[in-house]
Design a protein around this ligand. Structure first.
Ligand code: ZN
Length: 587
């Protein structure tokens, strides 16, 4: 049985997106083309349009109708049919109307306005295939970073300060990317080689300028099962954002499938018959330093069913270890969802929540490897965690709240027996066949994500302001929102040409449908200042929700057994910021 929507929208991205383009035409060219072309001209070549208000109307060429419901918006540069839902950019129209494949439609459109497609020809592609494969480039980059670590006292000091020895640094192949825009030119004299961009080492900006993706960071090479370097994680040395920077999805590297440290951990995993999943590279390396060698990390994505499947092939027990804060509990919940389908009788999944002030790295440095191992040996079971989360999630004081909870639990967790769930919640069995009422929290989450998504479609540059850690990845809207923010954050999509640019970027991906659907809302003329205010307000609500959920967790803990001094302090801070926000909102 599936839980809600599949998690980890980002992992779908690499596989499903841009199958039609496959990197043949640069993304920036497509965005520029969409910005320059006028959709009214394009559609009018095939369908006579009538002006009606700000937009143009016609009878839809894609379904049979007598009254026009096909609308073309010159300001938004898309078409939308209120009858059949057809929606898209000038490029999409050409493909849908003429049946042209993507690359041909791009050429046709570019030709019509006198632009030249900077396409990589087939001959170039063949030549590139003869060149060093991407993994070889990655290996050379890894070697360069390793060598630079030796000559960078500040990077060495940083690792020493974290208690790491040279032996562990060597075992994980740690390196240092110098503070230099084109440091990799030292190893790759042909810095313009397209393969460097393809494997994510070099970024090309809109002006065509090239520069190293990783600068002034400690480098953690990510290996595949054969030991090839397929990607990198880079961590800032001190304070700075983003704390962790990952390679983008490339032909070598698909985040939803890979785990950091698995190659190095394999033997220890076998010995312990347990694998520990943590959140950061540094956690994996620090644990190994203190003798806990069986830890791996997900790569900046939520845990996927694929991850769990992979891990349960290596050991009979998986223990997820997340921070005790709200984000950690959310990550744990996703891991739980990803685990449910993969569970078999002889396998076990557990959860370990460290004290709020700790991550595995700091915990093991302070308390030692044995203390950590003792915690791992007695994790919260999947059942306990599921029930505890549901209790925290729902209002338990009313019968309705309990009914929601039980039906949700039963519907979602086929892995548990119903009696077990009911026993925990103190309820008699519910009559079967009654549909589960939708939980209230879910409905609110959808509308917020949708509000944000529409605002981002209206002005894609807003995506840069989205707090990635607060956006869920459960609903289609949340997944689309996350994917947009991530693509822009990774520089894969730097200057989208409005909503149509976003839709073209995600053509062929699972996000295309929801983006097309939500773009239709842009046909209603909205006051830009109102939209901006709504966007800001929604972001603020998200932030307050995160605070509220942490407050709830701490107060529950206070009731259950009291808070540690740090937790009390955190609690006071949270209440203060909650009060401050409340005061501001009532001004
Ligand atoms: Zn239609």
């Amino acid at each position: 049985m599936r839980l809600a929507a599949p998690t980890g929208g980002a992992c779908l991205l690499g596989a499903a997106r841009r199958r039609h383009n496959a990197g043949v035409i640069p993304e920036s060219f497509i965005q520029e083309l969409l910005a320059r072309v006028d959709i009214v001209d394009v559609v009018e070549r095939f369908v006579p349009l009538k002006k009606g208000g700000a937009n143009y109307q016609a009878c839809c060429p894609f379904h049979s109708e007598k009254t026009p419901s096909f609308t073309v918006s010159p300001s938004k540069q898309f078409y939308h049919c209120f009858g059949c839902g057809a929606h898209g950019s000038a490029l999409g129209f050409l493909m849908q109307y003429s049946g042209l494949p993507f690359v041909d439609a791009v050429e046709e459109l570019a030709h019509s306005i006198g632009m030249q497609v900077p396409k990589v020809t087939e001959r170039n592609l063949a030549e590139r295939a003869k060149k060093a494969p991407l993994t070889e480039l990655m290996a050379r980059a890894a070697k360069f970073y390793r060598e630079r670590l030796k000559t960078s006292p500040k990077a060495v000091d940083y690792l020493k300060g974290r208690g790491l020895t040279g032996e562990i640094a060597a075992r994980f192949g740690l390196g240092y990317a110098p503070d230099d825009w084109q440091g990799l030119q030292n190893v790759f004299p042909d810095y313009n080689d397209a393969a460097l961009v393809e494997c994510g080492l070099v970024i090309v900006n809109d002006q065509g300028r090239r520069y190293d993706r990783f600068r002034d960071r400690v480098m953690f090479p990510i290996l595949d099962q054969r030991g090839n370097v397929i990607g990198f994680g880079g961590r800032v040395l001190g304070e700075g954002e983003p704390k962790y920077l990952n390679s983008p999805e490339t032909p070598l590297f698909e985040k939803g499938r890979e785990l950091y440290g698995l190659t190095q951990a394999r033997q220890s995993i076998r010995d312990a018959d347990t694998v520990i999943v943590v959140e950061g590279y540094m956690d994996v390396v620090a644990l190994a330093q203190y003798g806990v060698g069986n830890a791996v990390a997900t790569l900046g994505t939520a845990t996927t069913p694929n991850h769990v499947h992979k891990l349960l092939r290596q050991a009979s027990k998986v223990v997820f270890c997340f921070d005790g804060d709200a984000a950690g509990r959310k990550a744990a919940w996703r891991a739980l969802e990803a685990s449910l389908e993969q569970l078999a009788d002889d396998k076990a999944v557990g959860f370990l929540f460290l004290p709020v002030e700790h991550d595995p790295d700091s915990f093991v440095r302070q308390e030692g490897g044995d203390a950590f191992r003792r915690l791992v040996a007695q994790p919260t079971t999947l059942t306990e965690f599921l029930l505890r989360s549901l209790k925290a999630d729902m209002d338990l004081s009313t019968a309705e709240g309990r009914a929601h909870q039980v039906t949700k639990a039963v519907a979602e967790a086929a892995a548990l027996t119903q009696a077990e769930v009911e026993g925990q919640c103190g309820l008699k069995p519910l009559s079967r066949g009654r549909p589960a009422p939708p939980p209230r929290s879910r409905a609110i989450a959808i509308s917020k994500a949708r509000t944000l998504l529409r605002a981002v479609l209206g002005r894609p540059e807003r995506a840069a302001r989205l707090p990635l850690d607060l956006i869920g990845r459960e609903t289609a809207e949340e997944q689309a929102l996350y994917a947009i923010a991530e693509a822009m954050d990774h520089g894969e999509l730097s200057a989208p040409a409005g909503s149509v640019g976003l839709i073209e970027f995600f053509r062929g991906s699972p996000h295309e449908a929801v983006l097309s659907r939500e773009s239709a809302a842009l046909l209603d003329e909205v006051d830009e200042s109102v939209e901006e205010a709504v966007f800001n307000d929604t972001l603020e609500k998200l932030r307050l929700e995160a605070i509220a959920s942490e407050v709830d967790a701490l107060s529950a803990k206070a009731r259950a057994g009291g808070l540690a001094a740090e937790e009390r302090e955190r609690y006071r801070q949270l209440l203060a910021s909650k009060a401050a926000a409340g005061a501001q909102r009532s001004d």
